[in-house]
Write a protein of this length. Structure first.
Length: 296
């Protein structure tokens, strides 16, 4: 049976002998198809499960509204309401990175699908890139909806002088966030059942230390410096400075260009680290034969 299957694949031009002679163009096209195929369910899932859309928009909006009312109750400057609204919009990306990037490979392993990824003739990074692209599209709709509704309802006025830099910071923030998600995907897969607990750990505590609802400089110089490695904290702080030009920020807030350099470095380092960890993970799978065993 195995021999007949192998001969059929070779006659069809998809067997190992043919795959070994693939050109760079064929390899690239296969990886691009893998990226599209992995992004497809996340993009199409936007409309196939309306209840998810409702909860993913309603819950961040409620959390954002709670802090808006707190700031209004203590007569905080109006700019702090804008800080909260922008932070609530970006929280959609962090949730997507933790629960649909970092935990995804562990879930695929539990469902018995991870073996298919290892057996398919493609680079494993294309799987992660596909998840990242689909996650960006999915989370962007949630973030834009929260930003539009909350900004309109609470009268947030944005003052942007450098649109190109703001867009660049946003894209770099996404690159650093999803690069970190690729690294965590490999770590969570190796850690096994602890992935669920690590996902919980990286949700609410990170909301606090990243300054999601207040300027991160309020943590003090040492506090802000210690969380500078979290892309959400650095990117959000830079976007607030650019989206609310002229607003008064706490002392110790670095200029946006410095944070741009930090985000660029984090993006490159995280993608390189993710590639290295995937190679190490594949070697472990071949050596130990346990990486794809369910519930481990």
């Amino acid at each position: 049976m195995a021999a007949s299957t192998m001969s059929f694949l070779e006659r069809a031009g998809t067997g190992p002998r043919e795959a070994a002679r693939w050109s760079r163009r064929q390899v690239l096209l296969t990886d691009l198809r893998s990226v599209r195929g992995r992004a497809y369910p996340r993009v199409k899932g936007l409309l196939r499960e309306p209840s998810w859309v409702l909860f993913e928009i309603l819950l961040p909006f409620l959390a954002t509204s709670a802090f808006v009312f707190v700031y209004r109750a203590i007569d905080a400057p109006q700019q702090y309401v804008g800080f909260v609204v922008l932070g609530g919009a970006l929280s959609a990306f962090w949730l997507n990175v933790i629960w649909m990037m970092a935990n995804q490979l562990y879930w695929e392993k539990s469902q018995g699908n991870l073996e298919l990824y290892f057996a398919a003739p493609m680079h494993f990074m294309s799987i992660l890139f596909g998840m990242a692209v689909g996650g960006m599209v999915m989370s962007s709709t949630r973030a834009a909806t929260v930003l539009l509704i909350a900004g309109t309802l609470y009268g947030v006025t944005f003052s942007v002088d450098q649109w190109a830099l703001l867009l660049g910071v946003f894209l770099l923030t996404l690159g650093a966030l999803y690069g970190l998600g690729m690294v965590l995907a490999s770590l969570f897969l190796v850690w096994g059942r602890e992935a669920w607990h690590m996902g919980q750990l990286f949700t609410e505590p990170v909301y606090f230390v990243s300054g999601l609802n207040f300027p991160v400089a309020r943590l003090g110089f040492l506090g802000a410096l210690s969380v500078a490695f979290i892309p959400l904290a650095t990117g959000l702080d830079a976007m607030r400075q650019l989206a609310f030009a002229g607003a008064a920020f706490p002392a110790g807030t670095p200029p946006p260009l410095v944070e741009v350099a930090i985000l660029a470095a984090m993006t490159v380092v995280s993608i390189v680290a993710a590639r290295w960890m995937l190679i190490a993970m594949e070697r472990r799978a071949r050596r130990d034969g346990r990486l794809s065993v369910r519930w481990q």
